[in-house]
Design a protein around this ligand. Structure first.
Ligand code: FES
Length: 148
């Protein structure tokens, strides 16, 4: 560490800044654990698609990733295709209590926490959620689905 760095160093060689950052990270991890426990989710991060390498900025997925009558999770967005060529996208956060949606199956977008399901157009199919998913604007450019 250079002499112009405004941090002190303990005899053990751990700077105060390093220690405080470490303590903050621990507190953050504890907070995250509490939040996950409160949510009730026992699932890991949702499986989903990733944009192809070299794709334009903002690309979420390709059209071939999204089946007609189904959908996929792409990062923090769920993309559906209710009818051929009709791509719709929504924030992948459940409107009930904020859990991350787990995927799309049998024609619904599913939340793992309390059983809410959403139609492919984002409207509620089954509660306890009572509000539709938040829309995300996307456009299709060639084979790429791009967030606008
Ligand atoms: S957070 Fe409760 S059903 Fe999704």
């Amino acid at each position: 560490m250079s002499s112009d760095t405004p941090t002190s160093t303990s005899p053990a060689g751990v700077s105060r800044r390093t220690f405080v950052a470490g303590a903050g990270a621990t507190a953050g991890a504890l907070t995250l654990g509490v939040a996950l426990s409160a949510c009730g989710s026992r699932e890991s991060a949702p499986a989903g698609v990733t944009p192809p390498s070299g794709a334009p900025a903002g690309t979420l997925a390709t059209v071939s990733d999204v089946p007609v009558g189904g959908g996929v999770i792409a990062g923090d967005v769920v993309i559906t295709q209710p009818r051929a060529g009709d791509y719709q996208a929504f924030n992948a956060t459940c409107t009930h209590a904020g859990c991350t949606l787990s995927g799309v199956s049998d024609g619904t977008i599913d939340c793992p926490c309390h059983g809410s399901k959403f139609h492919l157009d984002g409207t509620v199919a089954n509660g306890p959620a009572d509000r539709p998913l938040s829309k995300v604007s996307v456009r299709v450019d060639g084979s790429n689905i791009i967030r606008q």
